[in-house]
Design a binder for this molecule. Structure first.
Ligand SMILES: N=c1c2ncn([C@@H]3O[C@H](COP(=O)(O)OP(=O)(O)OP(=O)(O)O)[C@@H](O)[C@H]3O)c2ncn1[C@@H]1O[C@H](COP(=O)(O)O)[C@@H](O)[C@H]1O
Length: 94
């Protein structure tokens, strides 16, 4: 899981730096709505996750959960934060 998150975060940082035209991630960094684009996605996907949980739909819970994790990592990159910030917070709760 650590490796997957680290590799995904590295790709997100690369998209932020290089802004390829065909990249969904890059489109979040250049969106006319600014950070609201990713914040709205997080809101929508949280609602979708709740609905999936109420349906006890495990496949959909994993799908929406992954969408949330991806968009959370984009938000961290947008705020010039990184995975270590999240890890430090989780570590402090152990
Ligand atoms: N993990 C993701 C990822 N998760 C979600 N998404 C996108 O986030 C959007 C989710 O918005 P929506 O829920 O509205 O999508 P939807 O298809 O309408 O509905 P859903 O079925 O997804 O709920 C979709 O366009 C997804 O493609 C992602 N886009 C990219 N990545 C990763 O980022 C990497 C780089 O992607 P690009 O920046 O596009 O090159 C990829 O290789 C992936 O590893």
């Amino acid at each position: 899981m650590d490796d997957v998150l680290e590799e995904l975060f590295a790709v997100i940082e690369d998209r932020k730096e290089t802004l390829p035209e065909d990249s969904y991630t890059a489109s979040l960094f250049t969106h006319e709505k600014g950070e609201n684009a990713v914040l709205e996605k997080l809101g929508e996907e949280s609602t979708e996750l709740v609905l999936a949980a109420k349906d006890d739909d495990h496949e959909e819970i994993a799908h929406e959960g992954a969408d949330i994790v991806y968009h959370l990592l984009v938000l961290l990159a947008m705020k010039d934060m990184d995975l270590a910030d999240l890890e430090a917070e989780l570590e402090a709760r152990r």
